[in-house]
Design a protein around this ligand. Structure first.
Ligand code: PLP
Length: 349
């Protein structure tokens, strides 16, 4: 019966997300979730929306969120599209711009999901390696036959490094096609590209509430793009891709700037300590602009460190990128979680 499955799907390995152990067990530092509780205003908004009832379909475009985003960044609500997590937006983008046998470009190493999205479309993907200092070569914006879309996570995962805004504008201006800047971690960085959309309509910015808003379980993201792109993507998305509870919760979260600022301050303080301590223990750690650090070292195999921590109930992410090398990506947890993790790593060494 397998002959009925599309060959593109048969050929895929499928994207494997980070491990999700049973709730409440151990210390989870492997998928860059926020260790703190989301704003109480979010929980209140969900209670109110639930009290109103769920018998009706939700607002198909998530107007409450589009308005909240437009106020926050002083932009047109018609330039905002809501998604069921930013993974949903990345799927919508790929389906909108990249057809069968066309080409999607991404840097390397980066978020592995992008490649799976191209595979599902029956499209090809081209990986442009970062330079060893995590800058991008000019080949990243070179024209290529059938190139339809370019993904650039900024800050990048797993490195936590950023490409300066001026360079992103330069890349977009040279590219023949749209450039998606995936800003899943931009709230932990110093700059973002949402206002570049006015300067260059090839730029599309993707955001998620999973990391900086501590709402990975909610599944909500949004993108900002020229209204002419958003209008096309509206045709591709599921009619009701975001539910009523999530729309109410996301609007409340996005409107609570104080919560975001306080959370950011805590995460950045712990990130600095994690970076300093890992460097003291002999790891190479690029300066992070996200809520995780990328830790590599020469002459010590890192898989045994990962296994050792896992046995003690501390889950970090071990990654081994072909032609690039291995490393441990450690999410910024609470001070206490990071202390425990650091203590055990020191013991192991
Ligand atoms: C976590 C992450 C996402 C996914 O966010 P969701 O909204 O949870 O789907 C997208 N892009 C990058 C680079 C991420 O790290």
């Amino acid at each position: 019966m397998e002959k009925y499955v599309r060959p593109e799907i048969m050929a895929m390995n499928g994207y494997v997300p980070g491990e999700q152990p049973k709730a409440g067990q151990g210390i989870k530092l492997n998928t860059n979730e926020n260790p703190y509780r989301a704003s109480e205003k979010v929980y209140e908004a969900i209670r109110q929306a639930a009290a109103f009832g769920l018998s009706r379909y939700p607002d198909p475009t998530g107007t409450a969120v589009r308005v909240a985003v437009s106020k926050k960044f002083n932009i047109d609500p018609d330039s905002v599209l809501c998604g069921n997590g930013s993974d949903d937006l990345l799927t919508i983008l790929t389906r909108t711009f990249v057809g069968n046998s066309e080409l999607l470009r991404l840097p390397y190493p980066t978020y592995i999901l992008y490649r799976s999205l191209a595979e599902i479309q029956g499209a090809d993907s081209e990986l442009v390696p970062f330079n060893t200092d995590w800058t991008l070569p000019d080949t990243f914006f070179a024209a290529a036959p059938k190139l339809r879309l370019v993904f650039l996570p900024n800050p990048n995962s797993p490195s936590g490094t950023t490409i300066p805004k001026s360079r992103i504008l330069e890349i977009a201006e040279h590219l023949p096609c749209p450039l998606v800047v995936d800003e899943a971690y931009a709230d932990f960085a110093e700059e973002h590209c949402i206002d570049l959309i006015e300067k260059c309509d090839k730029i599309i910015v993707c955001r998620t509430l999973s990391k900086s808003y501590a709402l990975a379980g909610l599944r909500f993201g949004y993108l900002v793009a020229a209204p002419k792109w958003v209008a096309q993507m509206m045709k591709v998305k599921d009619s009701y891709n975001c539910d009523s509870l999530a729309i109410a919760a996301a609007a409340a979260a996005i409107s609570d700037d104080n919560w975001l600022a306080e959370n950011r301050t805590k995460i950045l303080a712990t990130r600095t300590r994690l970076t300093d301590e890992m460097r003291r223990l002999g790891f190479d750690v690029p300066t992070s602009h996200a809520n995780f650090t990328w830790n590599t070292r020469k002459n010590v195999a890192l898989k045994p460190v990962y296994d050792y921590l896992k046995n003690l109930g501390i889950l970090v992410r071990y990654m081994d990128y072909p032609c690039w090398g291995e490393g441990l990506r450690i999410s910024v947890g609470t001070e206490e979680q990071i202390n425990q993790c650091l203590d055990f790593i020191e013991k192991f060494l």
